[in-house]
Every structure is written in structure tokens, then in C-alpha cells.
Design a binder for this molecule. Structure first.
Ligand code: T5A
Length: 295
């Protein structure tokens, strides 16, 4: 599960981990002196196996002597991450449970609930802030030649919020008043655009590994249902938005991996899409791109 602290191992010290502060830019006209790292993002619905596979890839690359760092979004260790975590975890608690877990009274239990009941817009922006906080560090790592693996990224930000606004019958937020689409979101594509706004200009990944799995299969996995969004109908809505985002990215960057197979088979499927991308990035010698959804 992605509930614990992110794994941020130090880059493995190897000869190809070099620093090149002038190497990153928005364009390919400023080629780095040495290859930058590859930015690999994993996406998918809840319990699709992202944490298992990002850890496996990290370990495989480390063993091969490739400097690599694993980031996880939301990063629950930062101040925004703690707010996000409280929001995700607290909804399932009844008032009695909140009192059992430390709230001194009914009123205190209500106050705890209120603190974690953010509007859909507010939690959306918090998720985005949580990514922006990490951009400088990710950019620095990539420039140094370290490969960065992200367990979820901006595509999750869009998929989960857009699913709330466009499939309101399954919105898992507790207040229907808070789940209205923003006023500027008058149709599906406006809603999608509104959801992308907060993340526009983030680092663009070199590849998105999409963990493709039927929500019913993911729901059968251990500990499903502990968090706010782990409801099968809502996950179907999320999956349908991911589908749209994948079509927009195109097959060059968005790589679907059948995530319903055994962990070993999925691991090989992931390697099959990641290895050629890493080779391409090393050969191209282009700087980082900070132009996500800026078209
Ligand atoms: N969210 C996130 C937003 O709304 N907006 C955003 O901007 C972002 C970034 C928390 C929630 O936040 C939402 C999305 C989420 O609802 P999370 O902490 O990443 O995000 O939550 P999950 O995706 O639910 O993370 P999990 O750790 O729970 O699921 P994973 O990482 O997809 O799956 P994993 O590897 O932990 O495996 C789940 C279970 O399945 C087993 C594992 O052993 C484990 O028990 N498993 C397999 N079983 C059989 N076959 C396989 N191939 C298996 N692979 C793993």
C-alpha cells in the first residue's frame, strides 16, 4: 500500500551520476553535457499494483548500478501531504470511531471531521501543491543523471477530481454541495481543462506506465476499502478519465501494462516498456521538459 513514507534512497554512486546544472531546459536546444535521468511515472486506479511495481523497478535499476530515486504522490510526509492523508483516511470513520481514536467528545469528533472535509476544489489544489513542492528536487535529480520513478503524478490529480465532477452519482465525497463542478466547467472538456490547470508546467514525464486492471479485480486485493476513494463504482469513473488522458498523451508516452497478471509477469511487462525509453533518453541527450499540458 502507498500509505507509508516515500522511499527516497540516495542515488547509487556510479560513474554516470554526474552533475550538469546548465543541462536542463524547456527545449532540446540546450543539450546536457552528460545524459540526464529518465522521468518514469506510474499511474492507475487504487490497488492496481503501482507501489509493488515501482519498488520492484527501483530495486532492479539499483542492482544494475543505475542511480534512481522513488517518489510517491501524494507524499504524505510534507505538511500538505499530512492534510491530504487525513482527508483520505478520515472519511471512513464514524463519530464513535473518531472518539475511540482520540477525540474527547462529540463536539471534538465533529470538529475533527470538519477539518478533514475539504471541498473537492481545495483537495484538488492540495494534491497539486504536493507535486509542485517536489519539482525542484526532481529536476535536480534528473539533471544529475538520476532516474526518478513517480508512484502517481498529475494524471491521478485530473482523473480523480474529474471523475467526481463528471460522475456525480458515485462521488465519494460526503457533501453533495461541495461536489459541484467549478462554474467555468460547463462541459466534460472544460472540466478536464479546469482539473489540469493547477499542474500545467510541471515536469513532463518521459513515459507513463499505466497499470491496466479491471476495478473489480483491484477491489478483490488486500485491504481494499480503507480509504475514501476505494469504491468500485467511483474507480470505474476514474478509469474512464485515465482512458481519455491516455488517448491524449498517445501511445508514444502512455504505455499500458496488463496489471491483472502475476506480479512477476507485470514486472517483465513494465521492464519491456521502460528499458527502451531509458535507452532513448540517454541517446537523445535532451534537457528536462517543464511543459506538462502547456500546449
Ligand atoms: N489521488 C492521488 C488523488 O485523488 N489525486 C492525486 O493527485 C493523487 C496523487 C491515495 C489516493 O489519492 C488519490 C488516489 C488514491 O485514491 P495512493 O496512496 O497511491 O493514493 O493509493 P493507492 O493507489 O490505493 O495505493 P495502494 O498502495 O493502495 O495501491 P497500489 O500502489 O496500486 O498497489 P500495491 O502495489 O500497494 O498493491 C495493492 C495490493 O495488491 C497486491 C499487493 O500485495 C497489495 O496487497 N498486489 C497484487 N496481487 C496480485 N497480483 C499482482 N500482480 C499484485 N500486485 C500487487
Amino acid at each position: 500500500m502507498a500509505r507509508s513514507s516515500p522511499t527516497d534512497p540516495s542515488p547509487t554512486p556510479t560513474g554516470n551520476s554526474s552533475s550538469s546544472s546548465s543541462s536542463a531546459s524547456n527545449s532540446s536546444s540546450d543539450p546536457p553535457a552528460s545524459p540526464r535521468g529518465t522521468f518514469i511515472v506510474f499511474e492507475g486506479i487504487d490497488r492496481s499494483g503501482k507501489s509493488s511495481q515501482t519498488a520492484a523497478l527501483c530495486s532492479r535499476l539499483t542492482t544494475a548500478g543505475v542511480p534512481v530515486v522513488l517518489k510517491r504522490f501524494p507524499d504524505r510526509t510534507t505538511s500538505t501531504g499530512k492534510m491530504i492523508s487525513a482527508y483520505l483516511e478520515n472519511t471512513a470513520q464514524t463519530k464513535a470511531e473518531r472518539i475511540r481514536n482520540g477525540a474527547a467528545s462529540d463536539a471534538a469528533a465533529d470538529a475533527t471531521a470538519e477539518e478533514t472535509e475539504l471541498s473537492d476544489q481545495a483537495i484538488h489544489v492540495l494534491f497539486s501543491t504536493n507535486r509542485w513542492e517536489a519539482q525542484t528536487a526532481i529536476k535536480r535529480l534528473l539533471r544529475q543523471g538520476t532516474t526518478v520513478i513517480a508512484d502517481r503524478y498529475a494524471y491521478s490529480g485530473v482523473a480523480y477530481t474529474a471523475a467526481k465532477f463528471t460522475t456525480s452519482a458515485t462521488n465519494p465525497t460526503t457533501s453533495t454541495e461541495d461536489s459541484q463542478p467549478p462554474p467555468t466547467a460547463t462541459n466534460f472538456y472544460n472540466t478536464l481543462s479546469w482539473c489540469k490547470n493547477a499542474d500545467r508546467g510541471l515536469l513532463t514525464p518521459d513515459v507513463v506506465v499505466f497499470m491496466d486492471i479491471d476495478p473489480a479485480v483491484a477491489a478483490a486485493r488486500a485491504e481494499y476499502g480503507n480509504e475514501r476513494y476505494e469504491k468500485i463504482e467511483f474507480q470505474r469513473g476514474v478509469a474512464s478519465i485515465f482512458e481519455v488522458l491516455g488517448e491524449e498523451e498517445g501511445v508514444g508516452r502512455w504505455k499500458k501494462v496488463d496489471a491483472a497478471r502475476s506480479a512477476e509477469e507485470v514486472k517483465e511487462g513494465v521492464w519491456g516498456v521502460v528499458e527502451p525509453v531509458m535507452q532513448r533518453v540517454a541517446a537523445e541527450r535532451r534537457g528536462c521538459r517543464e511543459d506538462l499540458w502547456l500546449d
